[in-house]
Design a protein around this ligand. Sequence first.
Ligand code: CMX
Length: 437
Amino acid sequence: MDILKQKFLDKATQLKKELRTLSKEHGDQVVDSVKLSQVTGGMRGIKSMLWETSVLDAYEGIRFRGYSIPQLQELLPKKREGGREPLPEGLFWLMLTGEVPTQEEVEWLCNEWEKRATVPQSTYDVLDALSEDTHPMTQFIIGITSMHKESMFFKKYTEGMAKSEYAEATYEDAMDMIARLPRLAAYIYRKVYHNGDHIAPDESLDWAGNYAHMLGVEGEDFKSLMRLYLTIHADHEGGNASAHTAHLINTTLADVYLSYAGGMASLAGPLHGLANQEVIKWIFNLTEKLGTTKPTKDQIAQYVRDTLASGQVIPGYGHAVLRQPDPRFTAQKVFAEKYIQDSDYVNIVWKLFEVVPDILGGLGKVKNPWPNVDAHSGAILVHYGLTEYTYYTVMFGVSRALGVMAATCWSRALGLPLERPKSVNSDWLKEQVKNAQ
Ligand code: CMX
């Protein structure tokens, strides 16, 4: 058994025992109560899901197994020579085991993913059969779904696998799928925007570095950016739409290819991951409308007001949980301050940051007027020449697999049951109000 699987299974067996005892001895303890507005308002804040890999605090932002993004940048292993940002392999190790890995452990994982990275030819054939105008996210979802036939979990389940083997089979599928995603995603990019002129992987590179290379953007700065990008987008606790969708599907014992494809369908919505393409599209419209890539703050403020007046949201701003600027936004800003000199689009993002919160705050209804992760990513990608914004959510999707797959391994190891919350109708709600009066 490989070293990571052994470590993960040992820890999972222990926690499963603890949770069983907790449930048996304290199962009737009320841990949260639900308000009527949470029932009608998208279940905000209801604590009803177990997710070990990360926790999101409204003011502090995301912590992965207790570590903030700056701490990860400090603690996680980097590429041996000249590495500036953490290798996402290390974050996966941390999320799966709860332990910060050593350099050697991360390098083992890097090699392990390289060995598992071959995408089946049938998946490429499916992608090639799609019409050219199929959105890259749709292609990504179809590509992932098409690998379902490769699932060890599905195969073993069909042959009568015992419950005790679910975690191992899920681990194998999760490792295979994560390993393949950069190749799948790069294939889509080169097919859609570069006439199918594909770039062979460089096996000497790490997971994120190789993805950067296969996209066709060379240079150490972009590889560093990809390592940071794939680290900070990796997980945002369990309740966000894509993670929750993947989790829900997986609790039916659908394998990770099916459940993650479902999660990606959630990510493809404009209120969630697609916001990263919407932000830069909106900024491009701004520069086109004003006829300059160096707008003043006043011009930007007017554009923001016009957008709101036309009944649209300001993409990249607001959040269902956060109540402060997103630390993932800040991490990208710090990166841009260090490595990018004078980019008009990055400057616009920074001016928006000065202008938008006051305007949104002034509306009196927006709970979080601050930027989220999607407000910044596009402008940096444009700087490195990756201007095809309809592709951006696919990159988010490659990263999010790290957290969702680590959490899915835990769900199977802990034997979490089929998720099935209770819905109510409006009559029942009115009845509750009447009874309380
Ligand atoms: N621009 C304009 N109005 C906004 C707004 C924004 N950026 N953010 C919230 N609002 C509005 C809501 O539309 C809502 O209006 P109505 O009452 O008229 O329906 C009101 O403010 C209250 O909303 P909220 O409680 O503050 O926010 P929600 O939890 O309902 O929604 C989110 C959160 C992210 C969907 C919302 O802030 C939004 O639409 N943002 C823009 C899209 C975006 O950037 N999404 C990416 C989020 C990060 C991610 O998942 O990747």
